[in-house]
Design a protein. Structure first.
Length: 143
């Protein structure tokens, strides 16, 4: 049996007709990101005419209070790859694309937040060049 070579994945800017595929990956994307989507930059990964992943980054709206000296910065807001396309380097390519776009736009710092238990996301961000910056301690009290 001959193994079929996987279809190439092409990165390109988001188009409105990509919305159904994006919602197939992250159903609540447009409800969860209305402000960021309107002001951010979105790139999709496409193969065989379908979007299989995407990244959204934007300018942050506040000073980086968690990193003194950083006044203007970009944030990687969303990065998702369809589960059928995991472990193919698509997420890393999308993250690196966002970094290049932000650098070209004049930003010198980009942050991303992920959960400490999300090992796959952490590996993707680290492969793209991100390094852990800090851990924010969250306190809780039941009332």
């Amino acid at each position: 049996m001959t193994r079929r070579k996987p279809s190439p994945v092409r990165l390109r800017p988001f188009r409105l007709e990509d919305a159904p595929d994006v919602c197939g990956i992250y159903p609540m994307f447009f409800e969860d990101n209305p402000v960021t989507f309107g002001h951010g930059t979105m790139t999709v990964a496409e193969t065989e005419g379908a979007v299989v992943g995407f990244v959204l980054w934007s300018l942050a709206f506040e000073r980086a209070w968690f990193d003194p000296g950083v006044e203007v910065w970009a944030e990687l807001d969303e990065l998702h790859v369809h589960p059928a396309y995991h472990n193919r380097g698509i997420g890393t390519r999308l993250a690196r694309t966002a970094l290049r776009q932000a650098r070209r736009a004049g930003y010198r710092t980009m942050y991303v937040i992920t959960d400490d238990y999300n090992a796959a996301a952490r590996r993707t961000y680290e492969r793209a060049g991100f390094r852990e910056h800090n851990r924010i301690v969250r306190y809780k009290v039941r009332l």
